[in-house]
Design a protein around this ligand. Structure first.
Ligand SMILES: [Zn+2]
Length: 450
């Protein structure tokens, strides 16, 4: 890292005068922020055995240096959730929650140019680390933005909470899922959540207002066993393959809509075959002259909020797993497509939602532009908030950056728009949102402001 420091400082300085207003931070402050970011990235929080204690200690020490209240909740043993608070002047107003997860996905070290926990910075200003995009950069931007705002003497009207949560990468069951059910959460009176989005290879920032619901499904087939040389109807494999063909036709039709540009990826039902299981095993392989009596297939189905879930399940029961062909199905996971009020679990992303207008305005004021709002193609913790009817936007402010989350050589571009350039976007976003005192969110009528 040291050999790049002088070079990096120049890049940072250049970025200060292009992406960020010079008055907001100095070059030495930028360098210090990058060092803090690196320190966070170097903590091994990879699943399946993340060092949560170290991450919690780091966040707590950061909160202390910024002057934020902090508490570490252990709603599930060994899974600390750090809750920070920046008290507002009008605590009765619904608060803002800035959420990020501390865990990251595993990696294959030998496929990386630098060790995934080195946080090494190359000569082009790319910082290599697992979690650099997903989503330690966002967590650090919250803190750096608040640090800047505090330095500028800003104090919010609303209470602002910042959460660093465990286990998002394995479903959030011991993280946000239990947190939103806790008494502590209910008392926070959250009006809006900002959570993670995706990097944008183009100049526009991406913003997500909903996500597809995973329906992890297993279809099992039964049939008469028989000699491998005999042709007969109704074997388990034949029954299952008929279903697989029907599912493939549906998958192709959905995919064609995306390829033709008619629908975005997040707006179609995606289906992928994740495993096939059949055959009678032997010590060296499988019996080759026997047709098995059972077979099964695993499907990762993702259902967009715009889909008709009942029609889809009917198709599953009648066409893909009909009992008439000795097929059954089981959901390993089935996340509801609607919220607790029975409405599609999405946050309104047009000017009828004042939070949306404010966010767009704030990004514009910071010199950025939001792209068309999107449905997140996979799952994030934001679904637990939306399920309760709480507005939540997925927003990882990274423009001009390739999408490398969960990939080898996950990198974050420090030089343009670098960490604080993006923190600046967030800074403006935060400073804009809570100062609009007239906004009062009546729960549970989400997005309805007087
Ligand atoms: Zn993530």
């Amino acid at each position: 890292m040291n050999q790049f420091l002088p070079h990096l400082s120049l890049l940072l300085l250049a970025a200060v005068f292009t992406a960020v207003k010079p008055s907001d931070l100095t070059a030495s402050e930028s360098t210090a922020a990058v060092s803090r970011f690196q320190e966070y990235l170097r903590i091994d929080t990879a699943q399946p055995s993340p060092d949560y204690a170290k991450a919690a200690a780091f966040i707590t020490s950061q909160a202390e240096s910024i002057g934020l209240e902090s508490q570490t909740l252990e709603l599930v043993a060994g899974k600390p959730l750090v809750l920070l608070k920046w008290p507002g002047k009008k605590s009765s107003l619904p608060s803002l929650l800035l959420n990020s997860h501390t865990d990251v996905v595993p990696f294959e070290t030998d496929k990386w140019a630098h060790h995934p926990f080195s946080a090494a910075i190359d000569s082009s200003g790319r910082i290599y680390a697992r979690g650099s995009q997903d989503m330690k950069c966002v967590g650090m931007q919250y803190l750096e933005a608040i640090r800047l705002l505090k330095k500028a003497g800003f104090s919010p009207d609303r209470d602002i909470y910042i959460t660093f949560v465990p286990d998002e990468e394995i479903g959030g069951h011991a993280g946000v899922e239990v947190f939103v059910k806790s008494e502590i959460f209910k008392k926070l009176n959250i009006g809006l959540v900002l959570d993670e989005g995706l990097a944008s290879p183009g100049a526009e920032y991406r913003l997500f207002y909903g996500e597809r619901s995973p329906w992890w499904t297993v279809i099992r087939s039964k049939g008469a066993p028989g000699h491998g040389a005999k042709l007969y109807d109704g074997s388990a494999m034949e029954n299952l393959l008929k279903s697989i063909e029907a599912i493939k036709r549906f998958r192709t039709a959905q995919f064609d809509l995306v390829k033709a540009g008619v629908k975005a990826e997040g707006d179609v039902v995606s289906i992928n075959f994740v495993y096939l299981k059949a055959g009678t095993p032997t010590p060296t392989g499988f019996v080759m002259n026997l047709q098995p009596s059972e077979a099964e297939v695993g499907l990762d189905i993702r259902v967009p909020p715009s889909a008709d879930p009942e029609a889809l399940e009917r198709r599953l029961a009648e066409e893909w797993a009909p009992s008439s062909r000795n097929l059954t199905y089981e959901f390993k996971q089935k996340v509801p497509v609607v919220d607790i009020y029975g409405k599609p679990a999405v946050t309104v992303a047009d000017n009828s939602n004042p939070w949306w207008s404010l966010l767009g305005e704030a990004v514009k004021k910071a010199g950025g532009k939001l792209g068309k709002p999107e449905i997140f193609p996979a799952s994030t913790d934001a679904r637990y908030f939306r399920e309760l009817g709480i507005p939540a936007f997925g927003f990882s402010p990274m423009a001009n950056t390739p999408i490398l989350l969960h990939d080898h050589n996950e990198v974050y571009f420090l030089f343009f728009p670098f960490l604080l350039g993006r923190a600046y976007v967030l800074h403006k976003t935060i400073s804009c949102l809570p100062t609009k005192q007239k906004l009062y969110l009546k729960t549970p009528e989400r997005n309805q402001l007087p």
